[in-house]
Design a protein around this ligand. Structure first.
Ligand code: 6R9
Length: 647
């Protein structure tokens, strides 16, 4: 291994930060020695209508997986993110909204946020939404997305946010799975100057599912949309008819707050369920300590609210803490490659949290677009979504942060609700590419394939040995799948699906997924999902999908396709298949490379040998390993000869 550059904690950081190294060690030890006492104390960071008397009640026994935190407490997430701030910071900006067009912005104070959320909740209530009902939110990055999420929370309804890049089929599947009666969308979205036909996508989705009674449409661009009278409602018209007071429904700590669909190694996306109390405690506490958030800071997370990062670190964590959170509608390279840095200067952003894929693509444009901006307000940088390669880390640190800003490389998952492994900027020395140490209460372990726990400096699969309050509680409607996916591989432990290395300092280095999930620009894709989209095409007989290293996206999608008898595997068919997958799932699932194959390598029992396909896609065909179990070894030579990734 090449030598690792270590960055010590700067003195001024150790002094000013909430947590220095000594405090980290003390608190971490407390959190493990007596989790009841530790989380009992920290649970008080949010307001409770009815205080809890029980803190932690966990069983990870595969015959009875049950996860409960603060189980007899009652609270409301919208109350915590909005109402409780009004007295002290009613006039403080809660949300800075920066439009796709640099001339568009909105500043929303906590008082205005309260009015908007109450109004939105009343509109939902009017359309029949009550506690426990599921609501699909398919919106662009506009403040109404946050209003809608908080409005659901206010009523005790469960939101299911669907990323605006998903196709009508993907929306329909998610609506159907959660049995949603209301969908909230916009006429169109706007990204990089281009329009996204959100309402039209919802219209197409609703042809395939019948649970939806009302579609609330927020006017964003004013573009033409089709209208189904009786079903479709303009949000602004409904909003004009309701008041700005709506009581916050008391909900139990374990009542669901949201469902968020995420890809796994098999089957259709899973509805990850997060509940109320533990989730909010964990999101707000990690937001405060990981980003060292202090009163008055301007905080910007560039994620989309369609992903968990947007849920926990644009909306819930920051607003629970009374922070000013920036919400950006656009993309990093529009209208120019300097956009991120210009937004930072315009709004005097202090804390900036983005993804390695964005850093790598901006790196490609050189230093000039960064250096022509000031960025003097920046104090801390963050990274999330995939492993960050040391070159990108160093560039982020040197060019964006002017050597001045620590970088928190935060490892977590949709399932974990909040950050689990991360540096704390006043406590943890930094090693580029390492997510470093566990957050309070988190017990990472490295296990081998057989499940043995490995000690010291080692490498293997990452599991977590005990629960934390932000943990997902179940897969919506399928608890068995929850148990099987996360608790059956290593009984008694939560299996993350990630591989990792632990070095001699006890620092963790996440090496990427060890299952059939690929991470494309920080977006999770199940290879099985792309495969089933491909085989749904009438000209495709068989398909196998794997990831391969991609300079900007981290991983690209490589598809092996066998066509039906009599079909010509042409360039046109290749384009047709890419367009097909985009239509079936969405643009994030577009195959980067398609290889037409006469046959796929299979064992004699008919199992596709993905290990071999992965190697060929990685252009590492010299090291195929044991191929003795192949039914027809000739297939492999053909695949190598026609490989698509030749760099
Ligand atoms: C928050 C989020 C989760 C998967 C996870 C891992 C990868 C996320 C990472 C990271 C290395 C980091 N991942 N953060 N890998 N270093 N700092 O991204 O959730 O979309 O569910 O993805 O992303 O592979 O298992 P999600």
């Amino acid at each position: 291994m090449s030598e690792v550059h270590v960055y010590d904690v700067p003195d001024e950081w150790a002094k000013r930060a909430w947590i220095d190294d000594a405090k980290y060690r003390t608190m971490y030890k407390q959190s493990l020695d007596d989790p009841e006492a530790f989380w009992g104390e920290h649970g008080k960071r949010i307001d409770w209508f009815k205080p809890y008397t029980k803190v932690k009640n966990i069983s990870w026994d595969i015959h009875n997986v049950s996860i409960k935190w603060y189980e007899d407490g009652e609270t409301n997430v919208a109350y915590n993110c909005v109402d409780r701030h009004l007295e002290k910071r009613g006039d403080q900006v809660a949300i800075i909204w920066e439009g796709d067009n640099p001339n568009e912005q909105r500043l929303i104070t906590y008082r205005e946020l309260s009015e908007e959320v109450n109004r939105f909740a009343n509109v939902l209530h009017w359309h029949g939404v009550k506690k426990g009902d599921r609501v699909t939110i398919y919106l662009p990055m506009i403040p109404e997305a946050a209003f809608a999420m908080l409005a659901c929370a206010r009523l005790g309804a469960i939101h299911s946010v669907v990323f605006g890049g998903f196709s009508p089929d993907a929306i329909a599947g998610r609506i159907e799975d959660a049995q949603c009666a209301v969908v909230i969308t916009a006429d169109e979205g706007l990204r990089g100057g281009r329009k996204v036909p959100l309402k039209a996508n919802v219209d197409a989705a609703l042809k395939k599912t019948s649970t939806v009674k009302h579609v609330l449409v927020v006017k964003r661009t004013g573009g033409e949309v089709d209208w189904t009278p009786g079903r479709d409602v303009w949000y602004h018209e409904a909003a004009a008819r309701v008041s700005t007071t709506c009581p916050a429904e008391p909900v139990n700590a374990e009542d669901p707050l949201f469902i968020l669909y995420t890809s796994g190694s098999t089957g259709t996306p899973k509805g990850v369920v997060h509940t109320t109390g533990g989730y909010l405690v964990f999101a707000s506490m990690t937001h405060q300590y990981v980003f060292d958030y202090h009163e008055g800071d301007i905080y910007w997370c560039t994620a989309d609210v369609g992903w968990v990062t947007g849920h926990s670190y644009i909306v819930y964590g920051p607003l629970a803490n009374g922070a000013t959170t920036l919400m950006f509608e656009g993309i990093p390279n529009y209208p120019s490659m300097s956009r991120f840095w210009e937004v930072i200067d315009k709004h005097k952003v202090n804390i900036f949290y983005t993804a390695p894929t964005a850093i790598r693509s901006l790196m490609g444009a050189g230093e000039e677009p960064v250096k022509k901006t000031s960025r003097a307000s920046l104090r801390l940088l963050g990274s999330v979504g995939e492993p960050i390669n040391p070159e990108a880390w160093e560039w982020y640190h040197r060019v964006v942060g002017d050597h001045r800003c620590p970088i928190v490389d935060t490892w977590w998952q949709t399932e974990t609700g909040g950050i689990l492994i991360t540096p704390l900027p006043g406590a943890t020395k930094l090693k580029p590419g390492s997510a470093t140490r566990p957050f309070f209460g988190v017990i990472p372990e490295v296990v081998d394939g057989a499940g043995a726990t490995l000690e010291g400096a080692t490498e293997g699969n990452l599991v977590i040995a005990d629960s934390w309050p932000g943990q997902m509680r179940t897969v919506y409607g399928d608890h068995e799948r929850f148990v099987k996916t996360y608790f059956s591989t290593y009984p008694g432990k939560y299996f993350t699906g990630d591989g990792c290395r632990r070095d001699s300092d006890g620092f963790y280095w996440i090496t990427g997924r060890v299952d059939d999930v690929i991470n494309v620009s920080g977006h999770r894709m199940g290879t099985a999902e792309v495969e089933s989209a491909l085989v749904a095409h009438p000209k495709v007989s068989e398909a196998a999908v794997v990831g391969y290293p991609h300079d900007i996206k981290g991983q690209g999608i490589y598809a092996y396709v066998t066509v039906m008898e009599g079909v010509e595997p042409t360039e046109d068919l290749r384009k047709e298949l890419v367009a097909w997958v985009r239509k079936e799932i969405g643009p994030i699932a577009s195959p980067d490379l398609i290889q037409f194959a006469q046959g796929l390598p299979k064992t004699r029992s008919g199992k596709i040998m993905r290990r071999i396909l992965r190697k060929i896609a990685e252009n590492e065909y010299g090291a195929l390993g044991d191929t003795s179990t192949l039914a027809d070894p000739g297939v492999v030579t053909q695949l190598i000869d026609n490989r698509q990734n030749r760099k």
